[in-house]
Write a protein that binds this ligand. Structure first.
Ligand SMILES: N[C@@H](CCC(=O)N[C@@H](CS)C(=O)NCC(=O)O)C(=O)O
Length: 217
């Protein structure tokens, strides 16, 4: 069955791979599933056809036959659950990998997004100077905890899993902030994720959209 995902027609990051279609592309590349991409304008996000797929008017979405999904955590889980390569066979190890997926989107990503908002959208507010260090420290606290758990391991729990895919995807947003550099083991963890051939293919495919090359993955 053909898999179709949505991505921005015009990406705010210009192809740095931070739009969340990249993590879905990455998951599909890891499991070797071909996919098509439908590019959506900001105006089209708010139109009924897209809202029927995504109630919050965002990308990415995922369509496969009768199934339509939104939320990258759910999409990546669906891919990992249906194709070998992203979740361990052992039931307990599988449950732990899924736990890391949730940790990525519900515990680590929120302060990182808050930091992006504080830096990009609230820089002109009179209270930003006082608030920004607090937000940065919340991110540092999470990274300290994550780094303590990762220790000297390559991945969070044994072999690379969908948990790592989501965690690396979330941490990638910090690369430009300078904060990730304070945690060399996490910086190396992110670099290991980026070095995977599946990630490279996903990255190149999303970049191709904005450099006028064909956009299907
Ligand atoms: N929690 C959602 C977040 C989706 C999201 O924020 N998508 C961004 C692109 S990376 C978007 O569509 N932003 C446009 C908007 O919110 O208006 C997920 O993980 O899928």
């Amino acid at each position: 069955m053909t898999i179709t995902i949505t991505a921005f027609e015009s990406s705010p990051d210009g192809g740095k791979g931070l739009s969340r279609d990249t993590r879905v592309r990455w998951a599909l590349e890891e499991v070797g599933q071909p996919y098509q991409v439908r590019l959506v304008s900001f105006r089209a996000l708010k139109e009924p056809a897209h809202l029927a797929l995504h109630p919050f008017a965002q990308i990415p979405t995922y369509e496969e036959g009768d199934l339509a999904l939104f939320e990258t955590g759910s999409i990546v889980f669906h891919i990992a659950d249906n194709h070998a390569g992203l979740l361990p066979d052992d039931a307990n190890a599988r449950a732990r990998a899924i736990t890391w997926m949730f940790a990525a989107v519900s515990t680590v990503e929120p302060p990182i997004l808050e930091l992006a908002t504080a830096r990009l959208l609230e820089g002109d507010k009179p209270w930003n100077k006082e608030r920004l260090p607090l937000v940065e420290d919340r991110v540092r606290n999470r990274l300290k905890q994550l780094s303590a758990r990762l220790g000297h391991a390559d991945w969070l729990d044994g072999a690379f899993s969908a948990g790592d895919l989501m965690m690396v995807s979330v941490l990638l947003r910090l690369k430009a902030s300078g904060i990730l550099d304070e945690f060399p083991s996490l910086e190396a963890y992110v670099a290991r994720g980026e070095a995977r051939s599946a990630y490279k293919r996903a990255f190149d495919a999303q970049l191709a959209v904005y450099t006028d090359k064909p956009s299907t993955g």
